[in-house]
Design a protein around this ligand. Sequence first.
Ligand code: ADP
Ligand code: MG
Length: 255
Amino acid sequence: MTTAILQVDRLCKSFGGVHAVRELSFSVEPGQILGLIGPNGSGKSTTVNALAGVFSVTSGEILLAGGHIQTLPEYERVSMGLARTFQTASVFSEFTVREQIRLGCNVTLHSHPLSSVFGIGRHPGEDEAVNQRIEDILELTGLVAVADDTVGTITAAEQRFLMIASALAAQPKILLLDEPAAGLVSHERKVLSHLIKAIRDTGISVLVIEHHMALIMEVCDRIVVLNFGSKIAEGTPEEIRNDQAVIDAYLGEAP
Ligand code: ADP
Ligand code: MG
């Protein structure tokens, strides 16, 4: 049996009296794209934030490649291989695209953080390796043409791809994407689908939260469905499409 890249076991998260996530269990296997879907307010973002370590969980366990991470701070989870993007894009507009991706690489550097300024504690070969990684990521995410543009001047879609690029810079084992298609138009969503699969093909597992059902059905190997914080279904896109509890949950959603 292979070890799951991510295993979530009986996860609970309450905000005061609100049970945002209840007894949620699922796992993401190596090379898998898992979709996490559900109506608005069903607990998707809370799950991602709990996995990323934005806040502590009420109860339950989170394992990354077999090791417990639920008590670790956010940055340690990133350096152990769990990277995420946010539902809303937030980037430093004065940096170039390439510089922004370089920032994302910093979590993996063994050199002293000030080595590029003072030349102290450098690891030989690290600069070249990082430069190559940045070029590879620019290529993969389709941002080569805007690599030297400042982040504030690129399109909203390019900013969303940049957020994925920055997360990839941390060399994750698993990438968590929170509504990556938000604000994208049809042809941009197609590019995003290709990108998510291309990321998986490089050996990175993906957990994608998305409201856009066609994209989820297109890219996911398996899907977990939440409603009112609880898992109501899990299966292949085909199984989920025909699941009565899922259909009912979405029909109950305000238009
Ligand atoms: P989704 O991402 O599926 O739309 P969320 O995870 O954002 O849902 O929210 C799940 C539930 O938890 C909602 O009822 C929401 O109001 C509540 N919630 C989320 N974050 C907080 C918070 N920081 N404080 C209080 N309640 C919250
Ligand atoms: Mg959300």
